[in-house]
Design a protein around this ligand. Structure first.
Ligand code: NAD
Length: 370
């Protein structure tokens, strides 16, 4: 059995609390032959700043580059609001994304039947939803140059952002989307604004070209980004994988996420290129939520987003679909039994702590594996 090397970066606030449940799950899986994981752990974010005066040390960067995958909790909090910009807690995450060249952001939107009534949409629209948004993460208008605000001298200013994509950037994100669709329901929806943007014209052309060359077995459709937003709230189950640029992906993934309820339920992955020596894709897995300072230290945070992020690592970094399915099914069945952390509580449910939720998921994994 292959050994998987994980770097754990719990971070600040509820980060260490939810990561503790993943550590417990990893311990269980190691002990019961469900995988072989070696873990290292390091400080990141505000806790690293307090210890070392930076939010990410060079040693930790080296560990991240050497790991098969990085699991990241959350960083930040009001106590670090005043620290210098370049060493603020969030800088650690940006550095990891940049240095590991994590260009593909995967945001699943899954609606567990037990939580369908928590959505703002009707149960029949949302129940059993399982879609995946693939967002380009390192290019586009957030990084394009020029990016300026100029004083025009007549009481007016001019702000410029530049949306820029090269063929290779579109090609590699399209490939990620098509490959993932092959592991799912074989459908990709490419979303851009080719009716008003040149970058959208190129995006559309390149996606069609990649599809024709290498992925003709996957169904490809195109939707303008505004229409895609409408369709996401009208009938989201019509999608499988949606691929889009950095800006549209930022918005569409948040819309899709909120269809399904609490921030405490949402995992994500950021993938890079394949590493020449290990043959593995560089990858970082993290919950979508932040450090939740309002509930930190109370033992009530929902660990499901963090646990589901680990399940994504099993699926996308280690090809351990069976174990990833076990964890996803365990989460679904714990919820079906009525267990809830405070953020997702509803009438008639049993409210449990972070640790109790983590234990319940492990108990379910144990039963399902048997
Ligand atoms: P947040 O996600 O931390 O919290 C928003 C709300 O959701 C809060 O009420 C919180 O209690 C709740 N919540 C979040 N995760 C939860 C969980 N697992 N279980 C139960 N409830 C949960 O966002 P925020 O309040 O805007 O930011 C707080 C800090 O986190 C800030 O310093 C921000 O910069 C940082 N942040 C970090 C990341 C990251 O590390 N990737 C992402 C977003 C925000």
């Amino acid at each position: 059995m292959a050994t998987h090397k994980l770097l754990l970066l719990p971070g600040d606030g509820i980060g260490p609390e939810v990561m503790a449940e993943v550590k417990r799950l990893i311990g269980f899986m190691n002990a019961h032959g469900l995988g072989r994981f070696e873990t290292e752990e390091a400080l990141v974010g505000g806790s690293c700043y307090d210890a070392h005066g930076v939010s990410m040390t060079e040693d930790t960067m080296r560990l991240a580059a050497a790991a098969d995958a990085v699991l990241f909790g959350a960083v930040g909090g009001p106590q670090w609001d005043g620290v210098p910009y370049e060493v603020r807690p969030e800088a650690s995450l940006l550095r990891l994304r940049k240095d590991l060249n994590l260009f593909a952001n995967l945001r699943p939107a899954i609606c567990y039947p037990a939580l369908a009534d928590a959505s703002s949409l009707k149960r029949e629209v949302i129940e059993d939803l399982d879609i995946l948004i693939v967002r380009e993460l390192t290019g586009g208008v957030y990084f394009g140059e020029p990016k300026t605000i100029t004083d025009l001298g007549n009481g007016q200013k001019r702000a410029i952002d530049t949306q820029v994509y090269d063929t290779y950037e579109i090609e590699r994100i399209a490939r990620v989307a098509f490959e993932l669709a092959r592991q799912r329901r074989h459908k990709v929806t490419s979303s851009e604004k080719r009716n008003v943007m040149k970058s959208g014209v190129l995006w559309h052309e390149v996606v069609i070209d990649v599809h024709k060359r290498d992925y003709a077995d996957v169904t490809l459709e195109h939707q303008l980004a505004d229409a895609c937003g409408m369709q996401l709230v009208r009938w989201p189950k019509g999608f499988d994988v949606i691929v889009c640029d950095n800006l549209f992906g930022d918005m569409l993934s948040d819309v899709a996420a909120m269809l399904t309820g609490s921030l405490g339920m949402l995992p994500s992955a950021s993938l890079g290129e394949f590493d020449r020596t290990s043959g593995l894709r560089r990858a970082l897995y993290e919950p979508v939520h932040g450090s939740a300072p309002d509930i930190a230290g109370k033992g009530i945070a929902n660990p499901i987003a963090m646990v589901a992020s680990f399940a994504m690592a099993l699926r996308y970094s280690f090809n351990r679909d069976k174990e990833a399915d076990l964890i996803d099914q365990a989460i679904a069945s714990v919820l079906a039994k009525g267990l809830r952390t405070a953020d997702i509580k509803s009438e008639g449910s049993k409210v449990v702590s972070t640790a109790e939720m983590g234990e319940a998921v492990i108990d379910e994994v144990k039963q399902l594996a048997a």
